[in-house]
Design a protein. Structure first.
Length: 142
């Protein structure tokens, strides 16, 4: 008869061998989050950026707006870090813009031309290069 000391380690090893994907998924997600020390402390969709600050920010804009900006204030970055602004219109990706972060407390923005017929739901996802979603900004064109 086997002792309990021998059965438990064998059981744990067999679990790992039967389902190694679980261990990899958990470790992979943890590693993504640990690598990303960047945080978004302010973000807005706006009509203009002036003196590195958002102007006329809102969640609803008229269809004659022509151009909108996604303003983002990022902290915790090192020189050379980057983020992405991914612009979606009705869940379809229209643009992906990579932005360099040059200091630990940095303000940056991207812009997108809006056509008058592009009415409806929009969003911009602010992502780390590791694929971590740092912020999502939803807005509507009416």
């Amino acid at each position: 008869m086997r002792s309990a000391k021998m059965i438990l380690p064998a059981f744990l090893i067999s679990l790992a061998l039967l389902n190694p994907a679980l261990a990899k998924e958990d470790t992979g997600e943890k590693m993504k989050q640990e690598k990303t020390k960047i945080g978004v402390v302010g973000a807005a969709i706006c009509k203009e950026v002036k003196d590195l600050s958002p102007v006329s920010e809102n969640e609803v804009f008229r269809s004659d707006v022509r151009k909108l900006y996604c303003f983002t204030r990022v902290t915790g970055a090192n020189g050379g870090d980057k983020i992405k602004h991914i612009w979606y219109y009705q869940d379809k990706k229209l643009a992906e813009i990579t932005l360099s972060i040059k200091s630990p407390d940095f303000r940056t923005y991207s812009s997108k031309k809006i056509k008058a017929y592009q009415k409806g739901k929009w969003r911009v996802e602010v992502m780390s290069l590791e694929g971590v979603n740092l912020a999502t900004l939803n807005f509507t064109i009416k």
